[in-house]
Design a protein around this ligand. Structure first.
Ligand SMILES: Cc1cc2nc3c(=O)[nH]c(=O)nc-3n(C[C@H](O)[C@H](O)[C@H](O)COP(=O)(O)OP(=O)(O)OC[C@H]3O[C@@H](n4cnc5c(N)ncnc54)[C@H](O)[C@@H]3O)c2cc1C
Length: 404
């Protein structure tokens, strides 16, 4: 088998992979960096919730992969299928790639199949999800043709990217239906696997109040397990303390699903995965240095990382410099003291209607970590402008270029 050698191999050309590769190549132009990713297109996923509510055009979320790969990098357009970290090798179907340093950033996989009947009906029969390019466009088509009835919004029991997405699309739906005079004949229900509306103090209270004001019904500890789109029925497993789980059936006219998610299978089945416990299958990295716990020259970041914080692009923005700095100082053979450590920072701009956002920023243990000297636990127009216009500009023009 063909083997090529690189200073750094990056697996995944998403938010995390491109940001780290750009940071490395801005600092050291002559190092050999390979980015391995089979995808033709790079997606800015945070806009999907706005697309789902008709507030933006899905085309703005996608750009050709070739346009975001840094100039001096080698793009290898193949899927990675395995790792041999003891031999510093990454494996694809046709080749192996040898590295000095490995950066693992293939995101996560969406397990649509775990919910019986979902795949068959997604995008039709009132069943939708903002978790994907086509899916978010389908969500808007379903919403704009909705004539009222019962609208259910679910949230999964697994870690997911952007845990706030289930609520963002729900609040936007509420605002859309009010605008269309359909809210009076619509019953909105948030039926979630979670145990509370939001875990960060300050935001929990605001969202509890908001949900009451918007007259949205809330049920927790309910896992969506089965959907029958044709007959507009959904089934939930209900967890009740000290009793056996029960299964309940709900009718719906609109069902928005946040599907279960997990580490990609080729990570789960690799020596890089966590072997047991609640984060089993995700990549086993130190929560501060993002270095693999067993391999000195392997780093992991982004959605794939088994970290006790929310999986977001905002988290990647703080993780990428930690990984880039560590690899650069090792390559430059500087006496190595890791200056920056990742503190668990993540952020969730919760869109509460077409003009307002609550910007929740927090670290490990959910302690608030605000970046702005204003109270962002209140829905604000300024934060909506940040989410809809400033952050996408920043993403394409600064972050992906290693400048942010
Ligand atoms: C609906 C929705 C709303 C969101 N809202 C927000 C928000 O408001 N704010 C925010 O900060 N974040 C938000 N996010 C989350 C954010 O988009 C992700 O956290 C971020 O993109 C993670 O980056 P990543 O590089 O880990 O994964 P990704 O950006 O998903 O990239 C993974 C890359 O790995 C590649 N890959 C996969 N398998 C392989 C393989 N076998 N070999 C090689 N390459 C592979 C893929 O092709 C892809 O290019 C949202 C996400 C969704 C879905």
């Amino acid at each position: 088998m063909n083997t090529k050698h690189f200073d750094v191999v990056v697996v995944g050309a998403g938010t995390a992979g491109i940001t780290v590769a750009s940071m490395l190549l801005r600092e050291l132009k002559n190092i050999k960096v390979a980015i391995i990713d089979p995808a033709d297109t790079h997606y800015y996923q945070p806009l999907y919730t706005l697309v789902g509510a008709g507030a933006d055009d899905v085309k703005k979320t996608a750009r050709p992969m070739a346009s975001v790969i840094p100039k001096n990098a080698d793009w290898i357009k193949e899927p990675v299928i395995g790792f041999e970290p003891d031999n510093n090798r990454v494996i694809t179907n046709n080749s192996t790639y040898q590295y000095e340093y490995l950066v693992v950033a293939p995101g996560l996989q969406i397990d649509w199949d775990i919910i019986e009947g979902l795949k068959e009906t997604l995008g039709k029969n009132g069943v939708c999800s903002v978790y994907g390019y086509k899916q978010s466009e389908d969500t808007w088509n379903i919403l704009r043709n909705f004539k009222g009835g019962k609208a259910i919004f679910t949230a999964a029991w697994t870690p997911v990217k952007c845990g706030g997405a289930s609520q963002k699309i729900m609040y936007l739906t509420d605002a859309f239906l009010r605008k269309k005079n359909l809210r009076n004949n619509t019953d909105i229900q948030f039926i979630s696997s979670g145990t509370k509306i939001f875990a960060v103090p300050g935001f929990t209270e605001t969202l509890e109040k908001l949900i009451k004001e918007k007259d949205i019904g809330v049920r927790f500890k309910h896992d969506l397990i089965k959907v029958d789109g044709t007959n507009k029925k959904a089934w939930f497993r209900v967890h009740t303390p000290e009793k056996e789980d029960t299964i309940i059936e709900e009718n719906f006219d609109l069902l928005h699903v946040v599907p279960p998610q997990s580490a990609p299978d080729f990570i789960k089945n690799s020596p890089l995965a966590i072997n047991e416990g609640p984060l089993k299958g995700w990549m086993d990295v130190d929560k501060y240095t993002l270095k693999h716990v067993n391999y000195e020259n392997v780093y992991g970041l982004g959605d794939v990382a088994g970290l006790p914080t929310a999986k977001t692009g905002a988290a990647v923005r703080k993780q990428a410099p930690v990984v880039a700095e560590a690899i650069l100082s090792k390559i430059k053979k500087e006496s190595y003291i890791q200056k920056s450590l990742y503190n668990g920072y993540s952020a969730c701009p919760i869109v509460t209607d077409y003009h307002h956002v609550l910007l929740a920023e927090f670290g490990y243990n959910n302690e608030p970590m605000p970046s702005f000297p204003i109270d962002t636990t209140k829905p604000r127009f300024s934060m909506y402008l940040l989410k809809h216009y400033v952050l996408p500009w920043f993403y394409w023009n600064r972050m992906l270029k290693g400048k942010g």
